[in-house]
Ligand binder design. Structure first.
Ligand code: PLP
Length: 401
């Protein structure tokens, strides 16, 4: 799909055509997204919100239009529920701090799942340490899904918030977030969803999911690095205290007392990345124009094809094999260190990721030192998978000596 829009895919790596299968780490950017950055700096670069002059007004309009696009993309009720951040990690840190201040006291509990990325573990751990609260973990079943019976038992009157990944960045498995939210809400517990690995690959509808918060990163969605989103239901964002102080997030400041700005500005201290937000808006236009359902279908077909072809390689173990996945597969080759596989694939032009993928507790649970991870985007084709398999077979021959 639309491979021709991505000039970087024509790059040669060690004289070979690049096969880019590291999209879960970051996606490539289409030409129109890259052009949008040049356009922004060339035509309306000027600090937003405070300016009376023309350029500042255009920049402000563009920033706010991008916020509207994000709201529409995830079906938020209002653009006021969209806070621009530096990325998923920043969003989750902000949320952990603010929610911790408002909701958590000694002895309270926060629930995460086994498959979480470090960004959805460490900020909660830090907050729990500060508050004397406890982090509880939903165990994982053998097939990579969360143990829902255990989850329901973990929910109790001390639970204040549940924060879980929509899609695992290691296994690619799609977590039953609707049910996770429903069960938590039955007990009056809030739910945050880490949508870093789902937002570009699946439908994410915050009203349908009924989650209270959601975090994602633009750079994993064909957009710029250094920009992300924290979505929050208005009623909660209004109650939460700001995580950072400075310009823009205030209404009035005096040495005696400061009052805070309205939503979403209360959470956006300092100059926001108004160039990034504009460019991200263009990335969202790009995904919409490709067709979100078509992208999901295309990536599902690629994932199924990749699992099928990987099974042909002797000694390959696929994790969470056969489960419903969103564009990510982890595997190992018996007796071979994943790093060696990654290096040998790279020498043949195939970019994959190896290691713990910032999810050490999950890797420990799998009982391995790491995995090889391939992950897809809309521009990948079956041919990329054929090249991966060819390169894997060659790597195995080399390793055999
Ligand atoms: N959560 C998940 C599931 C991820 O896959 C990642 C990045 O790989 C993150 C959070 C962190 O995203 P970022 O580094 O853009 O803040």
């Amino acid at each position: 799909m639309r491979r021709e829009d991505f000039d970087i895919l024509k790059e040669k790596v060690y004289g070979r055509e690049l096969v880019y299968l590291d999209n879960a780490a970051t996606t490539q950017k289409p030409r129109e997204v890259i052009d949008a950055m040049v356009y922004a700096y060339t035509h309306f670069n000027s600090n937003i919100h405070r300016g009376v002059h023309h350029l500042s007004q255009i920049a402000t309009l563009n920033h706010e239009e991008a916020r509207q696009k994000v709201a529409k993309y995830i079906n938020a009720k209002s653009a006021d529920e969209i806070v621009f951040t530096k990325g998923t990690t920043d969003s989750l840190n902000m949320l952990a701090f603010s929610a911790g201040e408002l909701l958590v006291k000694e002895g309270d509990e926060i629930i995460v799942s086994t498959v979480e990325h470090h960004s959805n573990i460490v900020p909660w751990q830090m907050m729990c340490e500060r508050k004397g609260a406890k982090l509880r973990v939903i165990p994982m079943c053998e097939d990579g899904s969360p143990d829902m019976e255990a989850y329901v038992k973990l929910l109790n009157e001390r639970t204040k918030l549940v924060s879980v990944a929509h899609v695992s960045n290691v296994l690619g498995t799609v977590n039953p977030v609707e049910e996770i939210v429903r069960r938590a809400h039955e007990r009056g517990v809030l739910v945050a969803i880490d949508a870093a690995q789902s937002a570009a690959h699946k439908k994410v509808d915050v009203q349908e999911l009924d989650c209270d918060f959601m975090a994602f990163s633009a750079h994993k969605m064909y957009g710029p690095t250094g920009l992300g989103v924290l979505y929050g239901k208005r009623e909660w964002l209004e109650k939460l205290p700001p995580a950072e102080g400075g310009g823009e997030m205030i209404e009035h400041v005096s040495f005696e007392k400061t009052t805070y700005n309205t939503l979403p500005y209360k959470f956006e201290a300092g100059t926001p990345d108004f160039i990034g937000s504009y460019v991200f808006g263009k990335a969202l236009d790009y995904i919409e124009s490709a067709g979100r359902e078509e992208v999901e279908k295309h990536e599902r077909e690629l994932t199924e094809y990749a699992e099928q072809r990987l099974r042909e390689v002797e000694g390959v173990k696929i994790y969470a094999a056969g489960m419903r996945k969103a564009g990510v597969i982890s595997f190992n080759i018996e007796g071979v260190h994943p790093y060696d596989v990654g290096v040998l694939l790279d020498r043949q032009g195939v970019a994959v990721r190896t290691g713990h993928h910032c999810a050490e507790p999950l890797i420990t649970r799998l009982g391995v030192s790491g995995t090889v991870r391939v992950s897809f985007a809309l521009y990948n084709e079956k041919e990329d998978i054929d090249k991966l398999i060819e390169a894997l077979q060659r790597a195995k021959q080399i390793l055999k000596g």
